[in-house]
Design a protein around this ligand. Sequence first.
Ligand code: ADP
Ligand code: MG
Length: 265
Amino acid sequence: MTQTLAVANQKGGVGKTTTCVNLAASLVSSGRRVLLVDMDPQGNASVGAGLEKNSVTHTNYELLMGEADASAVRCTGLTGGFDLLPANGDLTAAEVALMGTGEGRDKRLQEALAPIRDDYDHILIDCPPALNILTVNAFVAADRVLIPIQCEYYALEGLSALLNTIERVRQTVNPTLEIEGLVRTMFDGRNNLANQVGAQLLEHFPGQVYRTQIPRNVRLAEAPSHGLAVLQYDRASRGAVAYRALASELLRRQQAGAATAGDTA
Ligand code: ADP
Ligand code: MG
């Protein structure tokens, strides 16, 4: 069964894109078939995956507007071993166009992914830094939401708006949407504040905070400028090791969830 994961937090710069690209490459190294969907008009995931974002013929703009099929938009043969549905600045136009349409505008991504969904074990959706219609499309298409959190003073601010949006989608279009978990990113264990915020997260979200912490690691910041996942750029780096651990934890949780579901079936 394909697991579709939206990686979301309306705060910018918390590590959504870094998590998408590196989790995708790490899942591939565990033998999974992975599709990365770039839903941010900044196109950072597309560039980070090694794509020259202005040279592609089709992007998620055409996908969401119904002008191209997912199989035509999909890029294959990238260095990370995962496939990509790319984006660039055109996606902003899709956002505006969708706001002007009526019913069904939240389901465009879900419907567009349906024909290729079974080609993958995991579909990761990189969300923009906003709770807009692009993010809502991601939540409708997804089974679960993974929330990267940077453990700093304002980390928890805005989290309730994110959770409310998830809840609203659950109550309307996608009743089975669940929170996969919260991931502490750019974590520095020597920093008291980071530890305090980390502890607060554990208290407020018992069982939902990933044990794996992603450390602040310059290799993670350098890799995208080479169009590489950190696994290809420096596989021994702390960043690469952490994202491989995150992928293993995700797979373990998925297996445990499947076993529990089996027990109750
Ligand atoms: P978002 O997608 O949430 O806006 P990004 O993944 O683009 O966030 O990360 C923001 C910036 O921080 C980028 O320049 C990225 O390279 C850098 N970065 C992300 N995670 C780390 C990390 N663990 N260590 C060091 N730099 C990081
Ligand atoms: Mg991003």
